[in-house]
Structure formats: C-alpha cells, structure tokens
Design a protein around this ligand. Sequence first.
Ligand SMILES: [Zn+2]
Length: 228
Amino acid sequence: MKDGLPDSGKFIINKEIPDDDHFMTSIETPIRSDAFEIDDEIKVELIEKKFREIMEILGLDLTDDSLKDTPKRVAKMYVKETFRGLNPKNKPSVTLFENKYKFNQMLVEKNIQVYSYCEHHFVPIIGKAHVAYFSAGKVVGLSKINRMVQYYSKRPQVQERLTVQIANEMKEMLQTEDVAVLIEADHLCVASRGVQDVSSSTVTSSYHGKFLDSNVRDEFLRYVYDGK
Ligand SMILES: [Zn+2]
C-alpha cells in the first residue's frame, strides 16, 4: 500500500503527544518487523498468560468460575477476531470483473458496519463506512468492499488512518484514483470515559480523483445522506 497523505479530508497528524487526545503518526499501521514470526496459537497462549496477570493485578479472583476462562477468551478474540486484520494473510482476496455494461456512474456502497478498536485505549470504535468509486474498466463484487472495510477495521486503529487505508486499498484494488471513503463513528473511549460525551460522533473522509470536484462530492453525500 502506498504511503502518503490523502488529497483531502479531515484528519489529524500530530507530532506532539497530547494527554488524552487521538492522533496518529503515520498512514501505515505501526507494526514490528517481526510481527508474524510467532504463529497465532502461540500468540493466544502468550496473551492468555499476560491477560491473566492484568486481571490478577486488578485484584480479580481467577478461581471464580465466571472469570477463570476470561484470559483465554480474550486472547483468542484478540488474535482471531478483533485484531485479525493486522496479519496480511487474513487480507481478503479480490477478483476483479470487466465492467461489461460500461457502467460509468458512481458506485456507492453505503452503511458498511465498522467495528474497530481505538489504539489509544483498546476500546471499540463503532460506526458506518460509505465507499464510492468510478470504475476505470474494472468492477469488484460489493461484498468485497465490505470485507476490505472489515479487514482494515480489525486492527487497533485511529479513525483517520482507517479511512485513508481503505481509500488507498480501493485505489489499488480498482486501479483508479476516483475513490471516496467517509466514516462516521462513535468512540467508546470518548463516550464512556474521559469527557463522557455520548452525543458526539466523529466524521472522517478521504476523497480522491473525481471526488475532489465539489459537485461529484455533493452527489456522493446526497446518496449517503438522502438516499437519492
Ligand atoms: Zn481512544
């Protein structure tokens, strides 16, 4: 995936570390070079041990029937579900089709469910992604767009990076610059702790190619918000 800034869109890159704010340092997920040298089963075992320690430090009694399997459950969930998108081997394979009908209008896939995790607090980010593109000769099954959104969501994330990663993937996958991604999401770290603002949601966008034209962008936003 190409590293770089999106052509437009609201996002924050902040080199300083504010106390309780959300920032990101790069478009790429910061990942160690040895990230996949141990296999998933070993990771589950290691995380189980560490999570058990965290619970014990918190003072929980791990002999209680309700708690005794929690470390294992959390470890499996982290490796096999919540953070499975860290591992490139879980990236969905994509088949492209010729655009036989010469459909040259905007294709919009809206309300794609997003379940991600804030990388600063490890609590959920829950929202919807809206993705659009103009075919440059190839089209992709719509369910693949959903799967790609899910793949990048299943990582510790910041919403801005998630938005740009999906846009970059769409550009590469469909061999076009004409891509738009909009995500609206609630961050449980904001809603349930810290400032405890339950009514705010965060909107991020990444517009490229034809979507830099405000008429095209408005058309996309009308599809998303009015369904027309
Ligand atoms: Zn957070």
